[in-house]
Design a binder for this molecule. Sequence first.
Ligand code: GDP
Length: 523
Amino acid sequence: MKNFIEEVSSRRTFAIISHPDAGKTTLTEKLLLFGGAIRAAGTVKGKKTGKYATSDWMEIEKQRGISVTSSVMQFDYDGFRVNILDTPGHEDFSEDTYRTLTAVDSAVMIIDAAKGIEPQTIKLFKVCRMRGIPIFTFINKLDRVGKMPLELLAELEEVLGIESYPMNWPIGMGKEFLGIYDRFYNRIEQFRVEEEDRFIPLNDDGEIANNHPMQESGLYMQALEEIELLNEAGNDFSKERIADGTLTPVFFGSALTTFGVQTFLETYLKFAPEPQPRHSNNGPVDPFNEDFSGFVFKIQANMNPAHRDRIAFVRVCSGKFERGMSVTLSRTGKSMKLSQSTQFLADDRSTVDEAVSGDIIGLYDTGTYQIGDTIVSGKSLFQFDPLPQFTPDLYVRVTAKNVMKQKQFHKGINQLVQEGAIQLFKTKYEDYILGAVGQLQFEVFEHRMKNEYNVDVMIEHLGSKIARWIEGNTVDEKLSSTRSMLVKDRFDRNVFLFENDFALRWFQDKNPDVKLYNPMDDR
Ligand code: GDP
């Protein structure tokens, strides 16, 4: 039995960030397989379906194959307890996707070797950067022909602005993929070679010492040359720089063929951070402190249509959660008993009785919680720092179909906005503009307004816009136009919604005195 300190130190909590189709599901499955959490691959639900009906939120989930039960996956490996948090992609990409990254201690970034760095990866990467968390890179699909490895490293640096240290290096690719040269373990791991012969040890010069057919291969020679280049001109390995998120260790592999995955997992566990202290208005909160504390990073509605319940996902930041314990919601000072909690494994919902710092628990919620809420078991009612604000990309104008339903309309909007799924803006004519980072949010909004507040809404799509806040918040209303619409956010701050990049630049040229900013840029 581990004691509390050992329990907390064994936690490794991360999310996988990637563009759809890079191999997140496949890699997750393989990791779960190693951890023994699932019996066979194919258990983690895919999300590859076409049209869906909006008649029922649960129905949306079913038809789209969004797996709500795989929101959090947990397994044990080599004395560690690993928590993988799902970050939905495609159209179900939402603010929750971003916010999930506030609940992890590190991230694994998967890149498709043929496609390189794609848009969604960039967005998610930025959020990790903002938080300064370590990022581990897995370059996937080496069993297919992709970009040259040196080119991929250059992309990491140029597109993402992060330096890299390749932990291993591919020898060939596609049909000629022979394996990886492992700089970290000083060995070669051969592709599609039986278990006991899989590894070829290297000598102190980093070359194959004993006679081996691999030595005859031009691809091996080429890999050696490239590694020499990396040794001379590449970055040095630095545990500290990995920890502060300025250097990403890079692993090559093929999730589909389970190649390079175990080595990746073992090395990841060596360098990934244990639960880290978290800032609050009472100073940093130590994860090894025995008083329980946690914060709500996501609220999922209607997971069970029979109960219309919501689940508040809480990241445990200190102490131990025990079923039935009493906690206080810092925002309201209200005490409550946490009797019903749930934890999500790959396939079914199972109830959790105990969780420590680093773990995620799901609490049944009847409207008590808001995104960002802190719950504590101790006397001090501190609150964790507010969650960052994410800039929406898509906008709609929304009105109630029936003017008699204004009251319900406002109530519904205000509650849904508080949940954090959508952001609300108002024009000076009191028009309601909603912003979201993903299209599905609007459909869920429409559906919930009807089902939970009995209001039919009319949605007019405004398309994508670039939102910019204004330093000092003072602005001349006359600068508002159709291409640069001036609105107020729900904190009464002025925001311009620009038609496109061109409109933004034109505006900046004409009005150099108006200093614009995007809360999501590094600040
Ligand atoms: P996700 O959208 O990121 O979750 O991606 P999936 O894991 O669903 O993978 C997308 C597609 O890529 C699927 O058809 C996978 O079988 C395929 N795939 C994943 N990993 C590999 C790999 O290592 N090699 C090859 N050739 N295909 C892969």
